[in-house]
Design a protein around this ligand. Sequence first.
Ligand code: ADP
Length: 476
Amino acid sequence: MQWSEGSAFPIEDALEMIFVFDRRGTISYANVTAKKKLEYEEDLNGRHISDIFPGTFKASDDGFCTEYPFGTQIQNLVAYRKNLTCFPVETRIIESTVHPENYICMANDTLEKEYLNREITHVKQEAEQALKVKSEFVANVTHELRTPVNGVLGNTRELLDQVTDEQILKSLRLIERCCGDMNKIINNILDFSKLEAGKFVLEPRRFHFRNMLDYVRSQHINKLTEKGLGFFMTVSPQIPEYVVGDELRIVQILNNLLSNAQKFTAVGKITVEVVRTARVNDKIELFFIVKDTGIGIDKADRDKLFQSFSQVDASISRKYGGTGLGLNICKQLAELMGGKIEVESEKNKGSTFSFSIWVGICEGDDALSAQPEDNAARPGMFMAAPQEEEGNAEDAILYGTPENKEVLKKSLSKLILCVEMENWEKAEMFMETIRQLTQGAPREVSRLILKLKMAVQKENYEKVSAGYEELSELIK
Ligand code: ADP
C-alpha cells in the first residue's frame, strides 16, 4: 500500500497533523495540515521522522532510535518546522495494525488547541451573558407590566360592584377576564425568564400536604364537574401530614397539569395520585401522577413537549391561547426540586404526566418512616386508578358510536344552556368538548361545528341557536 497524497485518504483534511513513517523512519505520507503547519511547500514524503521530532527520534543505521512509548496514550513532544523554529504538540504514535511495517503519528498544536479552547469558553461566556441580560430585561418588563394590568383589574372589579347596566356589566366582565388571562401570561413569562437567568429561588417552608391538595382540587373541581368529567385523587398514607417544600411551586405544577388535562379531555376522568418513593435522611421523594382520558399526544410531539414555546396543536393553542411555556416551567421547577417530569401518552387514548420532587420532613412528622416506600409506583409503573369504574371514554371519543352520540347530545344541551345564560366562557369550553367529540365526523358535520364555533366565539346568540338546531337534527 502506498501512502500517497493522491489516494482518497479520508484524513487528508483532518484538523490534526497526520504522518505515516516506516521502520526506517522514512515518512511515506503527510496530510495537508502537517505540510501547512510545518511550512513545507514541497512533499514531506522521503523525509526522516527525526527532521520533525529531533528531540525524540534520532536517525541510526538501521532506521531510528527512540524511547517514545508507542500507543494511544498522549505524549507531549516538540515539532520542528522546515525553518527550524519549533512548537509544542500533543502526539499519539501507533503501530499500524493493517500495515505492521508502518507507524501512524497524529499530532495537535498544543498552543493552538489551548487558544481554541479559550476562544470557545469566551464565546460561550458571552452567549450566556447575553441570554442572562435578555432574560433579566424580559423579567423587568413583565414585572412592570403587572402593575398597570392589576390597576385595570382592580378598577374594573370596583366598577362591577357599582354598575347595574347589563351592557356595561358585560363589557366589564370581559375586561376582567382579559386581565386575568394577561396576568397568567405575564406570570408565566416572568417565571420562565427568572428560571432561564438562574435567578429563580425556591422558598421552602413546612406545610400541610393534604390541605395543599385540597386547595388544588377546589380550584379545578367546578370546571371538571361542569364538563361532566370524573375527578379522583388518592394520596399514599406513607406521606406525612406535614412536609417542607415550596408549596406555591408544587401547586403551580399540579395546576398546570390539571388545567391541561381538563382542557384536552372531552369525556372520561382525570385522576391524581401521589405516592412516596424514597427516603434519604430527612428528605423523601414524592411521585405525582396526573392521568387523563383526553385526546392524547403523538410520539413525535411528545419529544418536544417540554421545550419552551412549544405547542402541539396550533389550532387548539389558538383557541385557548397559552404561550407553550407551562410544561417547560413545570420541568424546570421539578428539576429545581430535585426531580423530573415525564409523559406517557397515546393519540386518542389519554395522557399520563408524572413528576417527582424531593421534600423535607421535620422530626416527629414522619411517624410512618419505618414502613416501606410505595415502590410500586416508580416511573413507568403507574398504579391502577382507585376502585372507580373504568368507564367507556374511548368509545365516547369515537364519532358515531352510541356512547359518542349520548355524550355529544349532553354536551350540546350544556352548550345551549350556557349560551342562554350568556356565559360565553363556559360555552366555549363545551364547544371545545363538542369539537373533540366530532373529530372524524362527516364533512357536513365538521362544517356545522366550525360555523357553531365561530358563532360562539362571536357571542352571537341567534347564530348559535340556529347552528345548535341544525346539528341536533343531524346527529339525531
Ligand atoms: P401552555 O402554557 O400554552 O398551556 P403547555 O406547555 O402547558 O402550554 O402545553 C403545551 C402543549 O402540550 C399544549 O398546547 C398541548 O398541545 C399539549 N398538551 C399538554 N398537556 C396535554 C394533555 N393532557 N393532553 C393532550 N395534550 C396536551
